[in-house]
Write a protein that binds this ligand. Structure first.
Ligand SMILES: NC(=O)C1=CN([C@@H]2O[C@H](COP(=O)(O)OP(=O)(O)OC[C@H]3O[C@@H](n4cnc5c(N)ncnc54)[C@H](OP(=O)(O)O)[C@@H]3O)[C@@H](O)[C@H]2O)C=CC1
Ligand SMILES: Nc1nc(=O)c2c([nH]1)NC[C@@H]1CN(c3ccc(C(=O)N[C@@H](CCC(=O)O)C(=O)O)cc3)C=[N+]21
Length: 292
């Protein structure tokens, strides 16, 4: 059996088109387009590429993109100043501070300084707490994108499925587990201290790989017919981009699988635009855009 390839790029394009439609209505009602500010500290070339593609996608959705670059040696206070300036700017609905930040800056302090209503990454403790308690929140983009792909793959019927999330970061693993729990999956979270990750993966109907190690999840760990969502983005020395799953082996066993590139990554950017639209509607007192 060969797995169905989940086309994240196509699903992301459809979501972006839906967002663009809602943006047109927002602009007609409110007299301005939603605005997203992306803050990049330092010159990391990979981060630069992501920030540029985010800016392009934002403009293509009809939204206003503001890019703020700061030198790598900036102190935390200067970054906090910029965040409070963006918090106070009525034309800005979403603020994203690109991670990782240089070591002299306390990332938690910066995330905590963002107005939770503008926290389109969903990383602020208020949004994490709202997600965990089932209140309306801004939900982290990568796990939200994974959930959208899963809901489509299972026609919305996730209840009772066994899901394993490999990785427990605040930006992927933990919020992913919360979302799956919210859809009534039975959720296991595995991490570097888990005794037998392979055994956990073998028993799962849904596998989410968010580890950051190329080929970490072997093909023979996958239960036949399982759905595999590969969040990993790893650059190999030869320049190739690969996920955390041994794709060539897993594709022969899984029922459905996301490729890298073209899987979760494009969904992350589309969900960022979706979150910016949602934040803008909430800030302006408009009803939530439906179908997103
Ligand atoms: N597609 C996209 O849009 C995005 C992709 N990514 C990618 O996803 C991957 C994960 O990102 P992120 O969550 O930020 O990474 P982190 O490094 O923050 O977290 C990695 C997690 O993997 C766990 N881990 C590490 N080694 C093992 C092991 N041997 N066995 C089991 N678990 C292990 C760690 O466990 P412990 O907590 O115990 O250390 C940790 O919880 C990366 O490749 C990243 O590039 C990230 C964001 C967006
Ligand atoms: N505050 C913050 N928010 C983030 O959401 C955030 C961040 N910091 N830091 C870095 C990670 C990484 N990330 C990706 C987004 C899109 C792709 C993506 O579109 N990838 C394409 C390939 C891109 C390529 O070819 O290089 C794909 O998978 O098809 C990947 C990775 C967001 N991140």
């Amino acid at each position: 059996m060969t797995a169905r390839i989940i086309d994240g790029k196509a699903r992301a394009a459809a979501l972006r088109a839906d967002v663009a439609g809602h943006v047109t209505h927002f602009a007609a009602r409110i007299g301005r387009a939603p605005g997203l500010a992306v803050v990049l500290v330092g010159e990391d070339p990979a981060s630069g590429v992501y920030v540029r593609s985010k800016g392009k996608a934002t403009r293509e959705a009809g939204m206003v993109s503001v890019e703020r670059r700061l030198p790598a040696d900036i102190d935390e206070w200067a970054l906090l100043e910029l965040v409070s300036e963006l918090n106070a700017d009525p034309a800005i609905d979403g603020i994203l501070v690109q991670l990782p930040l240089p070591s002299q800056i306390d990332a938690q302090a910066v995330i905590g300084a963002i107005d939770p209503a503008k926290d389109v990454d969903g990383f602020h403790p208020v949004n994490a707490g709202r997600l965990a308690t089932g209140l309306p929140a801004l939900v982290p983009c990568t796990p939200l994108g994974c959930l959208m792909l899963l809901r489509e793959a299972y026609d919305g019927k996730l209840a009772g499925l066994d899901a394993v999330v490999v990785g427990r970061s605040n930006i992927v693993g933990k919020p992913m587990a919360q979302l799956l729990l919210g859809d009534s999956c039975t959720v296991t979270i595995a991490h570097s201290r888990t005794r037998d990750v392979a055994a956990r993966v073998r028993s799962a109907d849904i596998v989410i790989a968010a580890v950051g190690i190329p080929h970490f999840i072997a093909g023979d760990w996958i239960k036949p017919g399982a759905t595999v969502i590969d969040v990993g983005i790893n650059r190999l020395p030869d320049g190739r981009l690969v996920g955390d799953v041994d794709y060539a082996a897993a594709v022969e066993v899984a029922g459905a699988i996301t490729p890298v590139p073209g899987g979760v990554g494009p969904m992350t950017i589309a969900c960022l635009l979706r979150n910016t639209l949602v934040a803008a509607c909430r800030r302006e007192g408009l009803p939530e855009p439906d179908g997103l």
